[in-house]
Design a protein around this ligand. Structure first.
Ligand code: AMP
Length: 112
Protein backbone atom coordinates (compact mmCIF):
# COMPACT_ATOMS: atom_id res chain seq x y z
CA UNK A 1 0.00 0.00 0.00
CA UNK A 2 1.36 3.48 -0.82
CA UNK A 3 1.89 6.18 1.78
CA UNK A 4 -0.89 8.20 0.10
CA UNK A 5 -3.39 5.34 0.46
CA UNK A 6 -2.48 5.24 4.15
CA UNK A 7 -3.17 9.00 4.35
CA UNK A 8 -6.56 8.45 2.66
CA UNK A 9 -7.30 5.70 5.20
CA UNK A 10 -6.18 8.04 8.02
CA UNK A 11 -3.60 5.45 9.10
CA UNK A 12 -0.85 8.05 8.58
CA UNK A 13 -1.41 11.66 9.70
CA UNK A 14 -1.35 14.52 7.20
CA UNK A 15 -2.12 18.22 7.27
CA UNK A 16 -5.35 17.96 5.27
CA UNK A 17 -6.56 21.20 3.66
CA UNK A 18 -9.49 19.77 1.66
CA UNK A 19 -11.36 16.47 1.43
CA UNK A 20 -14.47 15.19 -0.30
CA UNK A 21 -15.82 11.85 -1.54
CA UNK A 22 -13.39 11.68 -4.46
CA UNK A 23 -10.21 13.48 -3.46
CA UNK A 24 -8.02 14.78 -0.69
CA UNK A 25 -5.54 17.68 -0.52
CA UNK A 26 -2.79 17.87 2.10
CA UNK A 27 0.46 19.74 2.70
CA UNK A 28 3.60 18.21 1.20
CA UNK A 29 5.90 16.99 3.97
CA UNK A 30 8.99 18.40 2.17
CA UNK A 31 7.72 21.68 0.69
CA UNK A 32 9.50 22.95 -2.45
CA UNK A 33 7.80 26.36 -2.28
CA UNK A 34 6.22 28.50 0.50
CA UNK A 35 2.93 26.80 -0.34
CA UNK A 36 3.13 23.17 -1.48
CA UNK A 37 0.01 21.03 -1.36
CA UNK A 38 -0.73 17.69 -3.02
CA UNK A 39 -4.19 16.84 -4.32
CA UNK A 40 -4.87 13.16 -4.91
CA UNK A 41 -7.79 11.03 -6.06
CA UNK A 42 -9.11 8.56 -3.50
CA UNK A 43 -9.17 6.03 -6.31
CA UNK A 44 -5.81 4.25 -6.53
CA UNK A 45 -4.52 5.31 -9.96
CA UNK A 46 -0.71 4.79 -10.01
CA UNK A 47 0.13 7.61 -12.45
CA UNK A 48 -1.01 9.52 -15.54
CA UNK A 49 0.38 6.57 -17.51
CA UNK A 50 -2.47 4.40 -16.18
CA UNK A 51 -5.47 6.72 -16.57
CA UNK A 52 -8.43 5.30 -18.49
CA UNK A 53 -11.42 6.92 -20.23
CA UNK A 54 -13.54 5.96 -17.19
CA UNK A 55 -11.36 8.32 -15.10
CA UNK A 56 -12.57 11.39 -17.04
CA UNK A 57 -14.81 12.64 -14.22
CA UNK A 58 -12.30 12.16 -11.44
CA UNK A 59 -9.55 13.86 -13.49
CA UNK A 60 -11.81 16.83 -14.19
CA UNK A 61 -12.82 16.93 -10.54
CA UNK A 62 -9.17 16.97 -9.44
CA UNK A 63 -8.32 19.95 -11.67
CA UNK A 64 -11.39 21.92 -10.59
CA UNK A 65 -10.65 21.24 -6.93
CA UNK A 66 -6.95 22.07 -7.43
CA UNK A 67 -8.03 25.54 -8.62
CA UNK A 68 -10.40 25.92 -5.65
CA UNK A 69 -7.77 24.79 -3.15
CA UNK A 70 -5.19 27.15 -4.72
CA UNK A 71 -7.65 30.02 -4.25
CA UNK A 72 -8.38 28.91 -0.67
CA UNK A 73 -4.61 28.96 -0.03
CA UNK A 74 -4.39 32.55 -1.29
CA UNK A 75 -2.55 31.71 -4.52
CA UNK A 76 -5.12 32.89 -7.08
CA UNK A 77 -4.05 36.50 -7.51
CA UNK A 78 -0.33 35.99 -8.10
CA UNK A 79 -0.67 32.51 -9.56
CA UNK A 80 0.76 29.10 -8.97
CA UNK A 81 1.89 25.94 -10.74
CA UNK A 82 0.24 22.53 -11.00
CA UNK A 83 2.66 19.65 -11.62
CA UNK A 84 2.02 15.95 -12.26
CA UNK A 85 5.27 14.00 -12.16
CA UNK A 86 4.85 10.79 -14.12
CA UNK A 87 6.98 7.66 -13.75
CA UNK A 88 10.78 7.57 -13.77
CA UNK A 89 11.70 10.43 -16.11
CA UNK A 90 8.97 12.59 -14.61
CA UNK A 91 10.56 12.21 -11.19
CA UNK A 92 7.57 10.46 -9.63
CA UNK A 93 8.35 8.95 -6.22
CA UNK A 94 4.94 7.91 -4.93
CA UNK A 95 2.98 5.63 -7.32
CA UNK A 96 -0.41 7.16 -6.55
CA UNK A 97 -1.50 9.91 -8.95
CA UNK A 98 -1.09 13.36 -7.43
CA UNK A 99 -1.09 16.99 -8.53
CA UNK A 100 1.43 19.28 -6.85
CA UNK A 101 0.07 22.78 -6.13
CA UNK A 102 3.07 25.07 -5.79
CA UNK A 103 3.04 28.78 -5.06
CA UNK A 104 4.05 31.67 -2.84
CA UNK A 105 7.12 32.62 -4.90
CA UNK A 106 8.00 33.05 -8.60
CA UNK A 107 8.74 29.59 -10.07
CA UNK A 108 11.45 29.07 -12.69
CA UNK A 109 10.81 27.70 -16.15
CA UNK A 110 11.81 25.30 -17.65
CA UNK A 111 12.04 22.78 -14.79
CA UNK A 112 15.30 20.85 -14.43
P1 AMP B 1 6.44 12.89 -6.56
O1 AMP B 1 7.93 13.00 -6.59
O2 AMP B 1 5.77 13.68 -7.65
O3 AMP B 1 5.99 11.44 -6.52
O4 AMP B 1 5.98 13.59 -5.23
C1 AMP B 1 5.79 12.92 -4.03
C2 AMP B 1 5.68 13.98 -2.98
O5 AMP B 1 5.10 13.40 -1.84
C3 AMP B 1 7.03 14.58 -2.55
O6 AMP B 1 7.01 15.99 -2.78
C4 AMP B 1 7.10 14.25 -1.06
O7 AMP B 1 7.67 15.28 -0.29
C5 AMP B 1 5.63 14.02 -0.71
N1 AMP B 1 5.38 13.13 0.42
C6 AMP B 1 5.91 11.91 0.65
N2 AMP B 1 5.43 11.38 1.78
C7 AMP B 1 4.56 12.30 2.28
C8 AMP B 1 3.73 12.35 3.45
N3 AMP B 1 3.69 11.35 4.33
N4 AMP B 1 2.97 13.45 3.65
C9 AMP B 1 3.00 14.48 2.77
N5 AMP B 1 3.75 14.49 1.65
C10 AMP B 1 4.53 13.42 1.42
Amino acid sequence: MTIFKKIINKEVPADIVYEDEFCMAFKDIHPKAPTHVLIIPKKEIPSMAEVAPEDKEILGHLLLKAAEVAEQLGLKEKGYRLVINTRQHGGQEVPHLHIHILGGRPLKWPPG
